[in-house]
Write a protein that binds this ligand. Structure first.
Ligand code: ADP
Ligand code: MG
Length: 638
């Protein structure tokens, strides 16, 4: 084969040798990888091994339908070879391999969404922390350039008749050229790292062995080490699947190591779930609740990350084994019963898989419930991280709503920084109280200052403060807990008369008969702006507040719908006026001779209630004119 060097980027010559520029994002990423100072360059090896293992698993899967792909080399294998004298490190697998086009696609572009966000964090200088995240963002391969100033990848696809060599110094371009078959793996991929001077320690056997056992000891493919050219290969990891081993024989470090590999997270798992289901269906589950939030937790696609295996053969990443609201759980299910020789799509539809889904979901929720009972503190941390996601289940999973409500934790007007369960809440309900009260909004401090809470506070009634956007949605599903409905304090009647004021509470002045007439006056003055004006039993110190009508969204949900343009016309709130408030009583006593003043006051009461709710006055110009008149009047008197 003759070598003609490409003269310019993008040139493709007769022998198919070609130099191409990296996609802009890749070039940027590579630049950052090489120029940021990582505390942890070691991750490159884990990433290359993980790719090699993936390639072996993909082949295992393809070979179910096409056993000839395996030829006379059916056992998957990863070989790490060091050449200290030439400062070279090779990671080779006999997996699925890559065609020419696959190489250009996989090693020249960035496929996964979310990667841009990752790069922005890298650029923001959070490099040490984020070198841990490389694997999560589908850019693991490029980490090779942290330790190598040139990387060659020689690959031959399973069943393919040609081999290709990809080569790059990571500085903007890469080259793809045909590789002579005698210098290529018989099947699979060889990644050759030409190590930088300061990375020469990655050719030391004990270093390599240490890295493999600590980072990659549980990849499901055996790993062999060749210490120097010509040395005897030596097995350093046996490739047994951790999940098929007995629980009692597995050390906590082994679980952690496995978790790190499968989750791409480098913290400790918060919960480890390992069990084998037997009976009508047989499957093993090894799953983890991460110790911190994974980066893709709030991605639009809400994709789960449970892997599906069938008899130790990896099938797919997206079998949707767990519902979306458990997407933070990382791990795998290995089924003994699912058929191997059908397509991934058909497996997805299989009733067997449906029953696995159910079993695994129940188990995960059951284990969380147990933890909540036995170690409230540990559970509270999990709730901090994943509660917002779990709550999605409150409106998505009707069947398990009760179970999920039990798992839910809340802050309330009486909880301080602790979190409360609904059972705690019900246990603290006041005599005569019929509902579980809540208030939803985005900001806890503002909620706590809301006038709508006054009457509840005065009676010592706890109110849940719901500050996650998801809260406004599930509460619309009319949830009940322990036979008690959840009720928004910003909607409908407060029903506070059910619970008497405590004996020692300062008794409010009686409402005067004039107040009734004044309310009617306010209502006619405000006209269409409000749907009603009512005497309030939920206010004690404030003069006014707004509530939503009994049916339909509460104040917060209304606001969300409005912001999303989902309300045809702005809903008209009810203005509640505190009939015992001094200012209200005084206004009510006014005669009719200063009508403008009284009308101004009516509008200002409404605007006051809006502002207390975090809104703007209804009509800014009219508001300022009224305010000015009021101030002038005050000045004239003074
Ligand atoms: P990820 O593994 O998350 O997809 P990487 O950057 O690690 O991201 O790898 C990019 C892609 O390159 C892989 O998805 C795969 O298609 C391809 N690839 C990398 N290494 C190998 C290999 N040893 N064998 C086959 N394909 C590989
Ligand atoms: Mg990878």
């Amino acid at each position: 084969m003759t070598d003609t060097t490409a003269t310019e980027t993008g040139a493709r010559e007769t022998n198919n040798r070609e130099t191409r520029a990296f996609e802009a994002d890749v070039a940027r990423l590579l630049h950052m990888m090489v120029h940021s100072v990582y505390s942890d360059k070691d991750v490159f090896l884990r990433e290359l091994i993980s790719n090699a293992a993936d390639a072996c698993e993909k082949l295992r899967f393809e070979a179910i339908g096409r056993p000839e792909l395996l030829g006379d080399d059916p056992k998957p294998r990863i070989t790490i070879s060091a050449d200290p004298d030439n400062r070279q490190l090779v990671v080779e697998d006999n997996g699925i391999g890559m065609s020419r086009d696959e190489m250009a696609e996989a090693l020249g572009t960035i496929a996964r969404s979310g990667t841009r966000a990752f790069m922005e964090r890298l650029e923001a200088g959070k490099a040490t922390e984020d070198s841990q995240l490389i694997g999560q963002f589908g850019v693991g391969f490029y980490s090779a350039f942290m330790v190598a100033d040139r990387v060659d990848v020689i690959s031959r696809q399973a069943g393919g008749t040609d081999a290709w060599r990809w080569s790059s110094d990571g500085k903007g371009t890469y080259e793809i050229a045909p590789a002579p078959l005698d210098a290529a793996p018989a099947r699979g991929t060889r990644v050759i790292l030409h190590l930088m001077e300061d990375a020469s320690s990655y050719t030391t056997p004990y270093r390599l062995e240490g890295l493999v056992t600590s980072q990659s000891g549980h990849v499901p493919v055996p790993i062999t080490l060749v210490e120097k050219p010509g040395a005897e290969p030596r097995d350093i990891a046996d490739g047994t699947a951790l999940w098929v081993r007995q629980k009692s024989e597995i050390k906590p470090e082994e679980y952690t190591d496995f978790y790190r590999g499968i989750a791409g997270q480098y913290d400790e798992p918060a919960v480890t779930i390992h069990f084998r289901a037997e009976g009508r269906q047989e499957y093993s589950v090894l799953a983890f609740v991460p110790g911190s939030r994974p980066f893709d937790l709030f991605d639009q696609d809400r994709q789960g990350r449970m892997k599906l295996y069938v008899r130790r053969v990896f099938i797919t990443d997206d079998a949707d084994i767990l519902p979306r609201y458990l997407r933070f759980v990382r791990g795998l299910v290995d089924s003994a019963d699912l058929p191997l020789n059908v397509s991934r799509e058909m497996i997805q539809e299989s009733p067997l898989l449906a029953s696995i889904r159910k079993g695994v979901t129940n188990r995960v929720l059951g284990d969380l419930a147990k933890l909540a009972d036995n170690d409230a503190e540990a559970y509270a941390r999990i709730w901090e991280n994943f509660g917002v996601v779990l709550k999605e289940g409150l409106y998505e999973d009707y069947e398990r709503r009760e179970q999920l409500l039990k798992l839910s934790r809340f802050r309330s007007t009486t909880s301080g920084e602790a979190s409360r369960s609904l059972a705690d809440y019900v246990g603290a309900m006041k005599e005569g109280q019929k509902a579980i009260f809540f208030m939803a909004g985005d900001d806890r401090a503002r909620l706590e200052a809301s006038p709508q809470l006054e009457g509840f506070r005065a009676r010592g009634i706890e109110v849940l403060l719901l500050t996650d956007p998801v809260d406004s949605f599930w509460v619309t599903m009319a949830p009940e807990f322990d036979g008690k409905p959840l009720k928004s304090v910003t909607q409908g009647a407060a029903e506070l008369s059910d619970v008497p004021l405590p004996e020692d509470a300062a008794k409010p002045a009686e409402a005067t008969p004039e107040v009734g007439a004044f309310l009617a006056f306010v209502k006619s003055t405000l006209g269409d702006e409000v749907s009603d004006v009512k005497a309030s039993d939920r206010l004690t110190t404030s003069a006014v507040c707004l509530v939503a009508p009994e049916h339909g969204p509460d104040r917060q949900f209304e606001r969300l719908l409005n912001a999303a343009g989902r309300l045809d016309k702005a809903a008209r709130p009810i203005l509640e006026i505190n009939p015992r408030h001094e200012r209200v009583a005084a206004l009510a006593r006014l005669g009719d001779d200063d009508r403008t003043f009284k009308e101004d006051a009516a509008h200002l009461l409404y605007d006051e209630a809006r502002v207390l709710d975090g809104d703007k006055p209804a009509d800014a110009r009219a508001f300022s004119a009224r305010l000015a008149r009021l101030i002038e009047r005050g000045l004239a008197k003074g």
